[in-house]
Write a protein that binds this ligand. Sequence first.
Ligand code: NAP
Length: 350
Amino acid sequence: MSHNILITGASGYLGGSLLARWNEAKLPAYNKLFALVRTPNQADAVKQYGAEPLTFDAYDEAEVWAAVVDNNITVVYHLIAPWPHVSQSYFIKAMAEVKKRTGRDVHFLHTSGAKIFSSHAGAPTEKPLLDSDPKLYEIQKAQQASFPLMQEAIGVNNFVIEEAEKYGIRSYVFVPCIVYGEGEGFGNRISIQTVAIVRAAEAVKCIYRVDTGRPTWPVCHVRDNTNMYLELMHKILADENPSYGQNGYYLASPGSVAWDDLYAAIAAALAKRNVIADDTVVTAKGQDLEAMGKGLGCPAELVSLMLGGNCTFTADRGSKELDWQPLYKPEHILEYADAEVDFILRNKNW
Ligand SMILES: NC(=O)c1ccc[n+]([C@@H]2O[C@H](COP(=O)([O-])OP(=O)(O)OC[C@H]3O[C@@H](n4cnc5c(N)ncnc54)[C@H](OP(=O)(O)O)[C@@H]3O)[C@@H](O)[C@H]2O)c1
């Protein structure tokens, strides 16, 4: 029996882009591809990619159980939310049942985020932190986050690994970073990350840096992010035993850029379009953070979480274990900033 696959978040930026490239990826044979959807329009849309729509509540244990067990789903890509762990826990339990009934290896991928491996989450930042570091699970277990939200998100990464291990399921923690570029899916085509910078700047008519020094953050073009999802799927379907569990962290990123350089590139694009008065990047003070928070719809304390921080998380596993080679260098995000801003402003919905 070959695999039945379920993709969640298919109407999102990352999931939609993944589905859009699915057929050209020439994946090894599988039985069925399902996509979790929430509306009739989404159900129609996923069919164009050869996916069978499934409508159920990912936060209802009985519904998840029925969807997974009745359809013998052996691979789940979870792209809904990095926290809480509720939905992930239901999927893992239901997949354990499929494993029991079929005797097959089953695979659960949790989409996390680079913030959970950053200064915001108490991750070490004094040197590169490799996604292939054999101690990464222990490092995550020891992290003390400055934001309770982040502590919860670290907990979900650990929970997925531990719970999957308990049930004999292969788990993968997939880590997108600042993903940019026009999405290719049928639903949301804009990244949540670059939008936040533009949205805050529009609200306060200026680009503010929220940190001191020159902190950096990993970046990734959406095509490269998609390709890593697909390369991992390829290995899973080919039974090539990609690393999993405590060694199953996969960061999709060709490298990092300094926030200051990203702010400057976005400031130039915004100033050119008269969204802000000029392209100077200014260090934020207390009242600026308040105003930016209003623009972003979050408290001032959370602005730095959305727009800054230091993350030395570095991709190593993808290029070594998967046949993943990025198409775009990290600096491409700076060259592309003008097009990114243009697309965001033309499609903004805040
Ligand atoms: N984009 C990035 O740069 C980035 C970076 C790091 C981490 N991530 C994480 O990666 C994941 C996907 O990101 P994204 O950019 O694709 O987000 P997105 O565009 O906002 O898409 C979110 C997807 O999740 C679905 N969803 C939300 N709540 C759901 C629920 N209760 N039940 C079922 N489906 C639900 C949405 O469906 P509807 O369309 O029906 O609402 C949509 O398909 C998120 O967890 C995000 O935090 C993203």
